[in-house]
Ligand binder design. Sequence first.
Ligand code: PMP
Length: 459
Amino acid sequence: MNDMTLPLDTAQLQALDRKHHFHPFSDNKALGQEGARVITRAEGVYLEDSDGNRILDGMAGLWCVNIGYGRKELADVAYRQMQELPYYNSFFKTSHPPAIALAEKLVEVTPAHLNHVFFTGSGSESNDTVLRMVRRYWDLQGKPGKKTIISRQNAYHGSTVAGASLGGMKPMHAHGDLPIPGIVHIQQPYWFGEGGDQSPEEFGLQAAKALEDKILELGEDKVAAFIAEPIQGAGGVIVPPSTYWPAVKEILARYDILLIADEVICGFGRTGEWFGSQYYDLKPDLMPIAKGLSSGYLPIGGVMVGDRVADVLLEKGGDFNHGYTYSGHPVAAAVALENIRILQDENIVETVKAETAPYLQKRWKELADHPLVGEARGVGMVGAIELVADKAARTRFDDQGTTGTLCRDFCFKNGLVMRAVGDTMIISPPLVINHAEIDELIEKAVRCLDLTFEAVRKG
Ligand code: PMP
C-alpha cells in the first residue's frame, strides 16, 4: 500500500503507521498497540482526525502554528517559489532572493542590536549553531578557555546531541551519554515545584544566585555563555518570578558572559511582544529562533547574532566551518517571509497583547479555583496549571505524570489538545484564537479537570 490518496480508514492508517513509522518521543511498542491518532486536516485553531472529530488545538501543533492553520497565502508563496527556484544553497559565496529578503525582515522585527542571522532548518540546529558560534567567538577573542555553557535543569533546547546536552532533561541525557563535556546545568526558576516556603520573589533571587555560584565555582575565565528560554516551555511553562531576570542580567554583566535567549517558543508573538527578550527586557548576544518563524508551515530556523558577536566573527573570523544543506532554504524562507507579513499586516502580535492574551489569562487563571489545581500561571499565549493531590498544602501526587496523562487523554477524547508535562497541564494555542474559542478551550479544560478529579477520587 503506497498511495495515500486512497481513502484509508483509521484502522488501516494505524496498521500502516505501526508497521513502518518510528515516532519521536514515543514508546513505539505501546503506541503500536494503542494505535496512533491520525490528524488529517486543520483550519484556524481546529484539527480534524481520521474519524472526522474536530479538536481545538490548544498547543498550536508543537507551539508553532502562530498564525493558525489553513492560510492559503503560504501555500501560494511556496508554490510560486518552487517553480522559480526550488532549491539553492547559501554556501561558498552564493545567495538567493528569499534568504536575502528574510534576513532583512528578521533584522527589522528583532531587537535593534541583532543585525545578522545564520539560517538553520530547526530549533535544534539553531542551538548546535549557537554552541559552535559561542566557542568560536571566545577563541577569536584570545580566550579559548571560555568554553563552558551554563544551562538549566529541565530546560529544552532541542534533540540533536548539542541541543539535548544544552537542554536539562534527564530522560534525554540518559540516551546516548549526554550531556557532552562543557555544558553544566543549574537550578530552574520553578517556584511552584522548588520554591518551598520562600516567596516567589525570594526564590527568583535564589535561582539567579545559582548562576553566580556556578560562575564562581567554574571561574569566569572558563564560562562562555548562559543559555535560557525566557519562559521555559517544554519543561512545563515555567514563568520565572519577577526578580529572576533582572538579577540574572546583572550577574551576566558583572562577569564577562554571553547571553543566549532561546526564543524558539517565545519568539514571534507568543508573549504578546514580538520576542520574549522584549517582554523581559533582555539583550541577548545570540537568539535562536524557529517554530513561529514560519508558523510551522515549513521547517526553518535561525540564530540572530548580536553585534558584539557578529563584529568579531565577521572581522576576525575567516571561514566559519559550519552550515546546513537547508540553511536559508528558498521555499522555507519565502514562506517564513509571508508568515511574518501576515503577523505584521494583521496586527496579530498587537492584538494578542491588547486583547486576546489578557482575556485568555483572565479565564485561564479562573482554573485555579478547581479542586484539582494548585496553581494557574501564564503569560501572553502560554499557560500552565499544576494538578495537585492536596490543594491547600500544595502537595503533588506521588506517581508524577499519572494524573497529567489521565487529564491529557480526557482532553483528547473531549476535543481539546492540552499537553501534560508530568502533572503540569500546558497550553500554547495559535495566536489567532478568538474570545469564543478561548471560552471553548476553558469550558473543555474544566470538563476534563472534572473528569480527572472524579477518576482520581475513585482511585
Ligand atoms: N528550543 C526550544 C526552546 C524549543 O522549545 C524547541 C522545540 N520544542 C527547540 C529548541 C528545538 O526545536 P526543533 O524541534 O525545531 O529542533
